[in-house]
Every structure is written in structure tokens, then in C-alpha cells.
Ligand binder design. Sequence first.
Ligand SMILES: Cc1cc2nc3c(=O)[nH]c(=O)nc-3n(C[C@H](O)[C@H](O)[C@H](O)COP(=O)(O)O)c2cc1C
Length: 299
Amino acid sequence: MRSPLVLAAGTAGTLDEMSDVLDLSQVGGVVTKSITQLPRKGNASPRITFTRAGMLNAIGLANPGLDEFVKSIAPRIATTPTTVISSIAGDSIEDYVNIADKMDQVDGLEIIELNVSCPNVHSGLEFGADPEALKELVSAVSSQIQSTKLFVKLSPITVGTPHTIVDLAKVAIDSGAHGLTLTNTVPAMGIDVITRKPILSNTTGGLSGPAIHPIVVRLVHLVYSQFAQEAGIPIMAAGGVTRWEDAAEFILAGATCVQIGAGSFANPRTAIKITKGLDRWVQRMSADNVSDLIGSVVV
Ligand SMILES: Cc1cc2nc3c(=O)[nH]c(=O)nc-3n(C[C@H](O)[C@H](O)[C@H](O)COP(=O)(O)O)c2cc1C
């Protein structure tokens, strides 16, 4: 990748819409919206609201669906001037396997990112919260794909499980994933104090932006130091990056790449601004390359 900065799932359109406001060749990669088997309209409005330190969303995976993506959007991947990562989501293992199989055949697609923060229709638990379901899912997808690398994107807080993110990350890697994306949004809620109603139509949603950054720095540090470093597993960190210092923290904690989500809403060119800031930081640290600084926090 030309830069460690990647545009995060759901915040950069279905593929290349951000090219209207920034030169995609200057970012390391772009992650598509999560694509599901069938088209989804998503939740009713309001489905995004802003908080003092970030944003709260319950988009509900609005996306054009697999067939439309493959027919009308995927043919542009080979000429998109950056690494393309396709995020996929499903209600069942069969869904994920079918979508991954089709994505694996798309020309120019390099990475599939499994969004496992979706409820499994069979158990009601998120795939990423249930080690058995996660194992079955990642094993099934990894044995189906041949051309693409597989990243698993975990939630920072998994309701209904005693398992830590380190346990779940290990399950994903042992089941065939090549890398990890840490993390999705934090479950959260906002209330309008005059109407006394939840602000989001879905009642609850996911918090992203600066409020979650220190939470995710800790999780990246735990996963990296407890096994990913030794196993040589790359981590893409996502959570509240709006300044180069936030991206640098993630790299010191053990991230190979840094994703920008909510930060692109505040300023769509945030990823490019941060890339330049990281270049100056690398020089200041007397390093040859940003990768020399991965995981180099002094504890
Ligand atoms: C509006 C919005 C839509 C999102 N949609 C998706 C999605 O479709 N799939 C996914 O895996 N993550 C999705 N996310 C989560 C982001 O990719 C990212 O993991 C999270 O927001 C944390 O990063 P941030 O604090 O930089 O936004 C979405 C986030 C936002 C704000």
C-alpha cells in the first residue's frame, strides 16, 4: 500500500465516490460499504446523529446488494487507483460464503473484510461474539476463497459473551483469516430530552469518532502484544482517527494500517492530511519507514 491510511467501511461509499473530493491514489486503500446478499434500504431516518465527541449511527447496512454490486460497481475496481477492500456482511454462514465466493472472482479486488458484527439468525448473537460461530464462519469463507486475502473486523465490545477480543481474534486467525480489522463501532444510545424519545429511529446505534479512540488503542495494543506480533498478523486499526497523532498512536500500539471513518465526514481529505503528518513524524523519529515504528510503544 502507498500509505497506511485506508478509508473505512460505510464511510466512503460503495467504492470510488470519494474520488470527487480526494485523489484516491494518495490513500492506501478504500473499504466498500458492507455488501449483503440482497439489497437493503437500511433503517429509517434519523440514522445518523452527532455527539460531542463523534457520531452515532444505525444505518442498518443500506447497500445495493451483491448482484448489483458485481454487475455495476465491481467492474471499476481494477481501475480504482488504490487497494480495494470489500466489506461483506450476512445473516447466515451460507450468505457470507456465497458473497465471498463472488467477490473472490472480481478482477482487482485484493482483500475481503468480514463484518462479523451482524446477528446470526440461528443464535441471535453476533457472529463476532460467539467463538463457535466465528470459527465456523471464518473457516467456511477462508476455504472458499483463493485470490483474495481475508481480514476479520471485530467489535470493540461484544455483548453476551465472556470472551475477550484477544480470544476472538485468535479464533479468527486460527480459522484461516490473514489479518484483523480492529474495530467496529461501540454500542451506544442518545435521547432527545424534550420528546424523551431515542434520537435514532433504531433506538440504539454505534458510536464512532474521537470518543472511542483510546478504547481502540488499548484493544490494538492487547491483540498485538498478546499474539499478533509473534504470529506476524497485520492489524488495520479503526476508531476515532482525526489527526496524525491518532494514527501514530495506532501504529505504535501495533497497527500496520489505520482506517478513517467518522473523520472523513468532518473533512473528506482527512486521510491525505494525516498521511502527510505521518511522513513528518517518521522523519522526526529518525525512522526509514512508518513500518519501522509498528508496535514500538515503550511500556
Ligand atoms: C456512517 C457509518 C457507517 C458505517 N458502516 C459500516 C459498514 O457498512 N460496515 C462496517 O464494517 N463498518 C461500518 N462502519 C464502522 C466504520 O467502518 C468504523 O469501523 C468505525 O466507525 C470506527 O472508526 P471511526 O471512529 O474512524 O469512524 C460505519 C461507520 C459509520 C460512521
